[in-house]
Design a protein. Structure first.
Length: 229
């Protein structure tokens, strides 16, 4: 993920210099468009569906990519040993894809880019992992993890809505990560396994229903928009 994001960033810098349309600061709208940022017209009219995924590897400037990559680096340290690199990569792309659908619905005239939806999804995934393990394992350590992660997640979401970023895509990413990691984590059999199988089934199938139903609904709304923006 890091290599792909930085590779795209420096490719954009090279392209910018080649066509002489930038000064090393923010990328122009033309460069962002050429590197497949999210634009609703191209997705809904010309069926360039990949533009729901590629924006997760396109950033507006150096500060944008640096902040996102630093956050992903530190959250990945926690998540990779639980999920493995392949599932973590899948989580990244899954949340980028559906996060851009959410953003496209609520901000139809904007151009979308950045990995922040995946950043928020990783925070949500950490909370989901702690929540599932706390109630699934006979251990007190996860109770210690759950409370600070919950507190930090709440503060993160509150500060998100006070900021100037794409609040919809951030909130969508956090929710997707929370539900997705609950489905990805294997059943736990340490020290007696689940304390309550009813809770396990409710958590698992409830997460599956929310994830599938919510994404299906917003996908239908997105594809059946009154106008192609």
């Amino acid at each position: 993920m890091q290599a792909m994001n930085w590779g795209v960033y420096y490719s954009m810098r090279y392209y910018e210099q080649a066509i002489d349309c930038g000064d090393g600061g923010d990328f122009t709208m033309w460069v962002l468009y050429q590197f497949q940022s999210r634009t609703n017209y191209e997705i809904l009219v010309e069926w360039q569906v990949w533009r729901l995924l590629t924006p997760g590897y396109v950033h507006a400037n150096f500060d944008h990519i640096y902040g996102n990559m630093m956050s992903i680096f530190f959250t990945s340290i926690i998540l990779e040993w639980q999920l493995g690199p392949k599932k973590l990569f899948g989580l990244y792309n899954f949340t980028v894809f559906f996060g851009n659908i959410s953003s496209g619905l609520y901000q139809p005239y904007s151009i979308g880019m950045g990995a922040s939806t995946a950043v928020y999804s990783f925070y949500g995934a950490i909370f989901g992992a702690a929540l599932r393990q706390k109630y699934g394992m006979r251990t007190e350590t996860n109770m210690v993890i759950l409370l600070p992660v919950a507190y930090y997640s709440i503060n993160l979401l509150i500060s998100n809505f006070e900021g100037s970023g794409d609040t919809v895509i951030h909130a969508s990413g956090w929710t997707q990560g929370l539900l997705f990691v609950i489905l990805l984590l294997p059943d736990l059999h340490f020290q007696g396994g689940w304390l309550n199988t009813d809770y396990r089934d409710l958590l698992y199938f409830g997460s599956f229903g929310l994830l599938l139903g919510g994404n299906l609904l917003q996908l239908i709304l997105y594809l059946t928009a009154i106008q192609p923006f």
